[in-house]
Design a binder for this molecule. Structure first.
Ligand code: SF4
Length: 350
């Protein structure tokens, strides 16, 4: 949107090509991640959304029913599986890791001037059914609150709000997000959490697990109509502890199995669970087979195994090791304090 307006993009060549590919039934290479999930017999975002939204009567018509908006890459976390394009807190480590090649681009936003974005979105508010806020960290972004103020001004409290948040705070300056959420009829909040306790804090730098749990209690008390779920990015960093984590979500945080969603990290590619060497894959499968978790959570583990077996990316294993060691050194941490399963691999000289 730095070069073209939203309407130009919606009616532009690339959008037309995408529509043609989908209408022809051949599909698009851009949707490969969803096709991979569907190949494991599971629902993808694509199939879920196809059920949720009716197609426009006129195939040439372009209306926005669902808006996925990221106001900036401003974020107070630097999760290991994230990157500078999605989090400003990654800039420092990225500069060291790249030996100065990474140049701080400042806060990245969709348009040069915020007002431009609001003016362009304004024309589409009347057709919106659902807005998805992600980031950066949406709850720590002033434009997110400004946009909600605009929806309230237009009395569009019927629009469904959907979030993915690191849930580090329910407050931003003078704003309290539950005061907003309590005015909207439908609010769904995906809390990003990849593990609990100190292991979770290792994966998601910036996470204070105790605060996360306190915020969850506050939300459940102050905004009981808000539907909360856990969004877990499955990677090499949590795949071995996943059974313990699922047990914790069920028993300690009182989540039901259908309130937990697993997504597979594929970018950065070196964190994908498909990178595991064969011996560790076998070790993981054996661990899952004997794992003690509630029976209705077990399908999550089956999904992991199906995804794991679809392709082999173990050629990236050494890259994962050297990258992790480098980041551990910068952050004064050690993966072996959290994932003993990798002891042998990380102890070998590379
Ligand atoms: S909270 Fe989200 S945007 Fe921020 S670093 Fe973590 S994954 Fe990236």
């Amino acid at each position: 949107m730095h070069e073209n307006s939203l309407n130009e993009i919606l009616n532009g060549e690339k959008a037309q090509q995408l529509k043609a590919e989908m209408n022809s039934g051949l599909g698009s290479a851009n949707c490969q991640y969803c096709y991979d999930i569907e190949a494991t017999g599971n629902e993808s975002k694509r199939t879920l959304n196809l059920k949720k939204y009716s197609l426009p009567k006129n195939a040439d018509e372009t209306i926005i029913k669902y808006l996925d908006i990221r106001f900036s890459n401003q974020c107070n976390f630097a999760c290991r599986t994230c990157m500078p394009s999605a989090s400003t807190s990654w800039y420092q480590d990225a500069t060291i890791l790249s030996r100065g090649k990474f140049i701080d681009p400042g806060v990245v936003k969709p348009t040069k001037v915020d007002q431009e974005l609001f003016d362009q979105l304004d024309q589409h508010v009347h057709t919106l059914e659902e807005v998805y806020f992600a980031g950066g960290e949406p709850l720590q972004e002033s434009n997110h609150y400004e946009f909600l103020d605009k929806l309230l001004e237009k009395e569009r409290t019927d629009i469904r709000l959907l979030y993915t948040t690191n849930f580090s705070s329910l407050r931003f300056k003078t704003k309290k997000v539950t005061d907003y959420w309590n005015q909207f009829k439908t609010v769904n909040v995906n809390l990003s959490l990849d593990d609990f306790g100190i292991r979770g804090e290792y994966i998601r730098k910036g996470l204070k697990y105790k605060t996360f749990v306190e915020n969850l209690k506050t939300l459940r008390k102050e905004s009981p109509h808000v539907k909360v779920s856990i969004a877990t990015a499955v990677s090499l960093l949590n795949v071995f502890s996943l059974p313990d984590f699922l047990l914790h979500l069920s028993e300690e945080l009182q989540f039901k199995s259908n309130q937990v969603t697993l997504d597979f990290v594929f970018d950065p590619d070196l964190y994908s669970i498909r990178v595991l060497p064969a011996a560790l894959k076998d070790q993981l499968k054996a661990k899952y087979q004997t794992a003690v978790i509630p029976e209705n959570f077990r399908y999550h583990l089956d999904k992991v195994i199906s995804y794991l077996d679809l392709e082999d990316h173990s050629f990236l294993w050494n890259k994962f090791i050297s990258y992790t060691k480098a980041l551990d050194q910068i952050r004064s941490e050690s993966i072996l304090d959290f994932i003993p399963d990798y002891k042998e691999a990380f102890s070998e000289k590379k």
